[in-house]
Design a protein around this ligand. Structure first.
Ligand SMILES: [Zn+2]
Length: 225
């Protein structure tokens, strides 16, 4: 039995995150998808096929159980449904997923280039953004390609070749922040690399930041000396 108050709260959170993603132009048209786990753990709210991020309502969002049972709906399930369900099954720490086709990140992914984590924020918040190739049968990525990458619990985000980005988190907003950081990083990387090429300069290494413990120890030793 689903907790209807929780369902409404999660639907409203999804609608608000989808609108933010649309307003930032990270997802236009009806592509991409986002979902959130219900507090009962065994079901999610997800956008159906053919509905844009800016058109999500309490009435068109779907409720789907982790065993793939879809609650009665007037809409068709998204083709992304299976990979969303699989990520919730394999990662108990994932409560929300945002997948969008943001242009800068997808440009990198389409060139087959992994986006470098070159800003301090990207290093801290994401660490690495794996690039997941297209399905071996030529179609878009499915759980077969995506889930093995996310089995590493350190992975919080990935970029899908010729397709888009995926951010996961404890909340929808946390997952949304990651796809925003990825897009921002791709744009910064493009500007950096364009300027370096124009000036004939070598590409610098991405920064290596210490762990919070290492930074604290270094600060303490600086104060002590
Ligand atoms: Zn997609």
């Amino acid at each position: 039995m689903l907790d209807q108050q929780d369902v409404i709260a999660k639907k409203d959170a999804l609608i608000s995150t989808a609108k933010r993603c649309f307003d930032l132009r990270l997802q236009t048209n009806s592509g991409g998808n986002l979902s959130v786990r219900l507090s009962s753990d065994d079901a999610i709210v997800i956008k159906p096929s053919g509905i844009g991020f800016n058109e999500c309502t309490r009435d068109n969002l779907q409720l789907v159980h982790l065993d793939s049972t879809i609650e009665p709906s007037d809409y068709n399930p998204s083709k992304d449904l299976d990979f969303h369900l699989d990520l919730y099954r394999i990662r108990k720490d994932i409560n929300a997923i945002v997948h969008c086709h943001s242009p800068w990140a997808t440009g990198y992914a389409s060139a087959g280039i992994e986006i470098p984590c070159l800003t301090v924020q990207t290093v801290e918040k994401i660490g690495r953004i794996p690039l997941i190739p297209l399905s071996s049968v030529g179609g878009p990525q499915t759980e077969i390609e995506i889930s093995p990458v996310f089995r590493d619990i350190k992975v919080r985000a990935a970029v899908l070749a010729n397709h888009g980005t995926v951010g996961v988190g404890k909340t929808l907003l946390a997952a949304q922040y990651l796809v925003e950081i990825i897009e921002e990083t791709a744009q910064i990387a493009y500007v950096r690399d364009t300027l370096l090429v124009e000036r004939g300069l070598p590409t610098p290494d991405v920064p290596r930041l210490g762990t919070p413990q290492e930074v604290k120890a270094a600060l303490n030793s600086r104060i002590a000396s």
